[in-house]
Design a protein around this ligand. Structure first.
Ligand SMILES: Cc1ncc(COP(=O)(O)O)c(C=O)c1O
Length: 356
């Protein structure tokens, strides 16, 4: 039995998307691929509101997250850490042999503009990493305010992960001044995993030219040179790119504004349910994510049992990430999810709660 995914990624995929993946194969050096590549990158620029170059990498998000630090950290980087994925990004930065410091806050807290100001004002850093929406904790940091701080430090390259926010809410890359904006497609974009997208500003590409040890697979300059021909350095995941083309068509048919509005409605519905059932939120306002809700298990529910029972009813449920397992659970409300489906899921939880 297929379990309907209410976990924070991968998310449920529309059958139309799966169908698009069955399109007969083409060669990536054929003109048909260049046309496909050109059309998806121009659609992505619209969603990301950027005139920067947009590249397609055949990997999960962390491929490009690692690639970005290898390409852009020349001297020293600061990693802002407030959850599992941002903590890991710091570790990855160090593993790439880069000088890096972590500014860490407890899980459940946001990164604030003040923290960013304090770090950048030291003059020690030429780059920083930030996760807009920490999926492990359901915290959304105030990106606009943070980028307003970053704007005052033009020599510092901003590397921002929007894995679980891009397309669910406005992230206008150029207006915010994000140098490198990265996302994997298996979350808010609602595609199967295996493809990462990133935009790169001119100054980030200039920086890359001066950085040694960029490797090959994620060398930003290779991406730029190949993109000039609407292509990729290595064989891309063409089936997924067909799926992306279909998804962009669907996103524009729904309308970006409507997609953002639907995500606000989904979030409001889950938040209402959480309050009505007497649960606490793990995250304080105004930092609650719009794409997933992390719920504190203050009612002492046997989450493992609930997960099992939901599994038997055909639903995949998340009982907390890493060290938060058992203490919190997360309900994802991102991608192509519709309000009726979400409410049905919560009504099934309601039926099961008395027994757990
Ligand atoms: C915010 C965020 N960043 C990075 C990642 C890592 O992505 P991937 O597993 O695609 O490398 C995830 C995955 O859950 C995520 O939620």
């Amino acid at each position: 039995m297929h379990k309907k995914l209410f976990i924070p990624g991968p998310v449920e995929i529309d059958p139309e998307i799966l169908q698009a993946m069955a399109t007969p194969m083409i060669g990536h050096r054929m003109p048909e691929y260049a046309r496909l590549h050109g059309s998806v990158t121009s659609g992505l620029k619209q969603v990301m509101a950027t005139d920067n170059r947009v590249f397609l990498a055949t990997s999960s998000a962390f491929g490009v997250m690692e690639g970005a630090v290898r390409n852009l950290v020349q001297g020293r980087c600061v990693n802002f850490c407030n959850g599992a994925f941002s903590d890991k990004w710091h570790d990855v930065t160090r593993r790439c042999g880069k000088e890096a410091d972590a500014v860490k806050v407890p899980w459940g807290q946001p990164i604030t503009p003040e923290m960013v100001e304090q770090a950048l004002a030291t003059g020690r850093y030429d780059s920083f990493t930030l996760i807009h929406n920490e999926t492990s904790t359901g915290v959304m940091s105030p990106l606009r305010e943070i980028m307003a701080v970053a704007e005052r430090y033009p020599d510092v390259i901003s590397i921002v992960d929007t894995v679980s926010s891009m397309s669910a809410l406005p992230v206008p890359v150029d207006e915010l001044g994000i140098d490198v904006c990265i996302f994997g497609v298996q979350k808010a974009f609602a595609l199967p995993p295996g493809l990462a997208v990133f935009s790169a500003s001119e100054r980030s590409l200039e920086r890359a030219k001066c950085v040694e040890g960029r490797g090959y697979y994620f060398d930003f300059l290779e991406f730029a040179a190949n993109d000039d021909k609407d292509n990729t350095p290595s064989t891309p995941c063409i089936s997924l790119i067909y799926a992306l083309a279909k998804q962009l068509e669907r996103i524009f048919a729904e309308g970006l504004e409507q997609r953002w509005c639907r995500h606000r409605e989904l979030a409001a519905s889950v938040r209402g349910w959480v309050q009505e059932r007497g649960f606490d939120f793990f995250v304080a306002e105004p930092y609650r994510s719009l794409t997933l809700t992390c719920v504190a298990n203050n009612r002492g529910i046997d989450l493992k049992k609930l997960k099992g029972a939901l599994g038997e009813r055909g639903y995949a449920f998340d009982d907390g990430y890493g060290k938060l397992k058992g203490e919190t659970f997360r309900i994802a409300h991102m991608g192509d999810l519709q309000l009726d489906d979400l409410n049905k899921f919560m009504s099934v939880i309601d039926e099961l709660l008395p027994g757990v």
